[in-house]
Design a protein. Structure first.
Length: 160
């Protein structure tokens, strides 16, 4: 006796899972900003984000405790990493409630391949000042070479 089995043809191979269409990682919230602060991801006309905006976001994530300090290791040069480690130990931009946001951003070009950047950071109901210097290396990558955060009145850092 001959058996004939009718079966639907396979539409995709079963040796691997289907392609994921959502590009976000599982369990991470969508990126968005709240409040009156402007988003720092402002793009050039060419469609790429400015290095000033990227570094302001990166430094904000480290100084607010959202990212570990070693996340900035390849983005810093010289003594800037040591300064960042000392600053991040205290998590100075960690605020209860709302996440800190970049309120305003500006920069000065002292020479070609160097930017001195200032940012006003809104952390809760406080406004803080952050300054950092970016220099472009031979491989055309921007690296942070200095970082400073204004200390609020009445709280001075311990000297060496």
């Amino acid at each position: 006796m001959n058996k004939v089995m009718s079966r639907k043809p396979q539409t995709r191979p079963h040796h691997r899972p289907p392609t994921r269409h959502d590009t976000r990682r599982p369990g991470t919230p969508a990126r968005g900003r709240t409040g009156t602060a402007r988003p720092t991801g402002t793009a050039h006309p060419s469609g790429t984000a400015r290095p000033t905006d990227l570094f302001a976001d990166r430094l904000l994530a480290v100084l607010s405790g959202q990212r570990p300090v070693h996340w900035m290791l390849r983005h810093t040069a010289g003594a800037a990493y040591d300064d960042l480690v000392r600053l991040a130990e205290r998590a100075p931009l960690r605020a209860r409630g709302a996440r800190p946001t970049v309120h305003d951003l500006g920069w000065f070009v002292p020479r070609a391949g160097a930017l001195e950047v200032f940012a006003r950071i809104a952390a809760g109901d406080h406004l803080r000042a952050l300054a950092f210097r970016l220099e472009q290396s031979e491989d055309l990558r921007w690296r942070c070479t200095a970082v400073e955060l204004a200390t609020p009145p009445g709280r001075r850092p311990a000297g060496p």
